[in-house]
Design a protein around this ligand. Structure first.
Ligand code: CTP
Length: 415
């Protein structure tokens, strides 16, 4: 646990660096600052020159009770304000995040105090952006690509709302509600203050579906969204674990701090999991790995003819979970059983056949535990017995699974 982790919530107030960019919504950053202070946070402000055209630095200085960092130069107290600020902050919050600043963040441009500080936040504190701009600017593929890049790198997003914009148009791009921005920031800070009961544990989580190529344009897939596995990775990180996340083709943001490997096919996922397994204490296999794959994917697009489709021969994929279990030694391996009938019988059969320590069983025919739901209702099946949990939001389900994995790690002396 870093010095900063120990400090948050224990000895001192959480520290938020508010990065204010040049947009009409800059005045809302004052309310965000106030909301954070009311929740007990200490706030410092960095702003761009354009932001100061909308709200003066004096306003933020008065509200925060600290000098505003708007230049890299002329700070007698520190010659390197961007490094000092990035190390001081527990969270950097960009409000409003303009298209220009997000483009700079995505490409690593650091040409003023605000963007240089955000660049220095990498590996030091999480960054949360709350964009605000005209709808066409928000929907511009360039902006969307930049947002995607930032999300993939672990930057968090408070989605802009839809409504009447300052320019008079109606559409997406309006700064999210101040309360929503403040609570997203507090949630991230809350994660930091959680007990680090998994500190020292190294986890491998696989998630999402796999795509099995029929030809260069077609594939066989399943309905998995990866949400459950990503929630497990996020919760494990918040509880202090080191996490490797092997993700099938999903469009979910990387949980802050996760080491992510993107894979496509069952064979790719197998390769990634087997090579990482040597470095971890536990593996949680939540991925819906395809059971079958085309034996000989075509190297050209198959034309619409019955012969070709009839000719697709399927071969069974390797069972990653079973392979990990076969070599696990005292490591902990958990798998999932997504079933539509005879849930517990199938789950226990999988536990025994694959040699897993834990099977998380969910009935995917129920709306609250089906693919893509934000809740899940699972049973934890292990040698010790079966524990039926209530329907809960995915983060809570993730915590319950991790509690069980933590207990098994402790039993094995790995934690
Ligand atoms: N699994 C795996 N590799 C495979 C198939 C499944 O690692 N090729 C893992 C999944 O990640 C999950 C568990 O095995 O943790 C159970 O997956 P599931 O699809 O429910 O079971 P199967 O073994 O495929 O059996 P069936 O499809 O007959 O239910």
């Amino acid at each position: 646990m870093s010095e900063r982790d120990r400090g948050v919530g224990a000895r001192r107030a959480p520290r938020v660096l508010l990065a204010v960019c040049g947009g009409i919504a800059a005045y809302k950053a004052c309310e965000v600052l106030r909301g954070l202070q009311k929740a007990g946070c200490e706030v410092r402000v960095t702003m761009t020159a354009d932001a100061e055209r909308f709200v003066g630095a004096a306003t933020f200085e008065a509200l925060s009770g600290a000098p505003v960092a708007d230049s890299l130069y002329g700070h007698p107290e520190t010659p390197i304000p961007h490094i000092e600020l990035s190390e001081w902050a527990d969270l950097a919050l960009v409000v409003p995040a303009t298209a220009n600043v997000m483009a700079k963040m995505a490409t690593g441009i650091a040409d003023d105090c605000l963007t240089t500080t955000l660049l220095a936040c990498h590996g030091s504190c999480p960054v949360l952006v709350a964009p605000s701009m005209n709808t066409r600017m928000w929907e511009n593929p360039a902006t969307q690509a930049n947002v995607l890049t930032l999300l993939e790198r672990g930057v968090r997003l408070v989605e802009p709302a839809s409504g009447r914009l300052a320019c008079g148009e109606v559409g997406a791009g309006k700064l999210a509600d101040v309360e929503d921005i403040v609570s997203a920031a507090l949630k991230l800070i809350g994660d930091m203050t959680r007990p680090k009961d998994l500190a020292g544990a190294r986890l491998l989580v696989n998630a999402g579906p796999t795509h099995e190529a029929i030809d260069p344009v077609r594939y066989i897939a399943n309905r998995s969204t990866g949400k459950m596995g990503f929630a497990i990775a996020a919760a494990a990180l918040a509880r202090g674990a080191e996490v490797w996340l092997v993700a099938g083709p999903v469009s979910l943001p990387t949980p802050f701090g996760a080491r992510r490997l993107n894979v496509t096919s069952a064979e790719d996922m197998r390769g990634a999991c087997l090579s990482l397994f040597g470095h971890v204490d536990a593996a949680i296999c939540s991925a819906a790995v395809a059971d079958y794959t085309p034996a000989r994917p075509a190297d050209h697009k198959l034309k619409k003819s019955r012969e070709h489709l009839d000719a697709i021969e399927l071969t069974e994929t390797a069972d990653i979970l079973a392979e990990l279990c076969a070599v696990k030694g005292d490591r902990v391996v958990a798998g999932f059983a997504a079933e539509t009938d005879e849930l517990l019988a199938h789950a226990r059969e999988k536990l025994e056949r694959k040699g897993a320590d834990l099977i998380v069983a969910n009935d995917v025919s129920r709306p609250e535990s089906t693919f893509g739901a934000d809740t899940n209702r699972v049973s934890l099946v292990s040698e010790a017995g079966t524990k039926q949990l209530e329907t809960m939001p995915l983060p809570q389900v993730a915590d319950a699974i991790l509690d069980a994995v933590r207990d098994l790690l402790r039993e094995r002396g790995r934690l």
